[in-house]
Ligand binder design. Structure first.
Ligand SMILES: [Zn+2]
Length: 311
């Protein structure tokens, strides 16, 4: 876990930010200017050209652009992509980082994981150097989040909590966090209490961040490589993976996806070819509670694209 966690209403407002920080965000000035004035941050640089599923080239470009500018701290302000860029940059330069999620789902502010694209392929990386020095989780950023982003983020957090619960790397402590996260997130969606999402996503990050996600996430990357948002692709992928694994969360996860009205997924590439892309993803597959063969992957993909697994 990050050494310092500031949580709750006004936590981003009350925090004392270091001078000469570099803020990294995916959002546009009309939105982040409001955020920055709430945070009361002064004397900063800002880089706002990060796009979803950030590429290594973007990270190298930022590194070059701010070299010699005496940047004291990176501040990742936004969704998973802004935070992942910060994590990788900080590993390259050794400059500390503060991570502030504004959509609540990836739990990236709590984990040692980062997803970065190399040659247009998303790659999951893990490094102790990716851990935030400070994480700030403030529900202030929640209102105004578009429905699509909210539901994709919630789906990601629930997939992470339940896959993390089932992971071979889990232990009683990670299971405790994953279970509590799932209960809270399920309550948030099923009973229309979005204000619970930041806390649920944070607990999910602590839980899966110390165990790992599994088959559902492994299956999802071939869909995100074709442009489907991460959380969206997990609605079907994690449902089918939970069925395959006989997960205790299969029915509950599916019910939440039904409530969020996710549609079935399509895949352009042949299933066999997609399975070849998924099989080397040992970081996810080796931690799956049941061994997975290439035939199993093809079968799971078939279920995802040829039937509607959410019915
Ligand atoms: Zn995820």
């Amino acid at each position: 876990m990050p050494r310092k966690i500031a949580y709750g209403e006004n936590s981003a407002k009350d925090f004392e930010y270091p001078e000469n920080s570099l803020i990294i965000t995916t959002t546009t000035p009309d939105i982040y200017e409001k955020w920055l004035s709430y945070m009361g941050i002064k004397n900063y640089e800002i880089y706002d050209k990060v796009t979803p599923d950030p590429a290594i080239e973007t990270i190298e470009e930022i590194k070059k652009k701010y070299e010699g500018k005496q940047i004291s701290t990176y501040i990742g302000l936004g969704g998973g992509s802004s935070m992942d860029v910060c994590k990788y940059l900080s590993k390259l330069t050794g400059i500390p980082k503060i991570l502030i999620p504004t959509t609540f789902g990836t739990g990236a502010e709590m984990t040692t994981y980062a997803v970065v694209s190399f040659n247009h392929k998303k790659k999951l990386l893990q490094d102790e150097a990716f851990l935030a020095d400070t994480a700030i989780v403030d529900p202030y950023f929640l209102p105004g989040t578009p429905f699509n982003i909210m539901r994709n983020s919630a789906c990601d957090a629930m997939a992470q909590a339940s896959e993390g619960y089932d992971s071979k790397l889990g232990n009683p402590l990670t299971s405790l966090f994953c279970k509590e996260a799932f209960d809270i997130l399920e309550d948030a969606i099923m009973n229309d209490k979005p204000e619970l999402l930041p806390y649920g996503a944070m607990l999910s990050g602590i839980g899966f961040g110390n165990s790992s996600t599994t088959l559902g996430h492994a299956l999802s990357y071939v869909f995100s490589n074709e442009g489907v948002p991460h959380g969206y692709s997990l609605s079907s992928c994690t449902t089918v993976a939970h069925k395959f694994n006989k997960s205790p969360y299969y029915e509950r996860f599916k019910k939440v996806c039904q409530k969020l009205k996710f549609e079935p997924l399509k895949l352009k590439q042949p299933l066999d070819q997609a399975a070849d892309v998924i099989m080397p993803d040992r970081g996810h597959l080796d931690n799956n509670p049941i061994d997975v063969t290439k035939q199993d992957i093809v079968k799971c993909l078939g279920e995802i694209v040829n039937s509607n697994p959410l019915i």
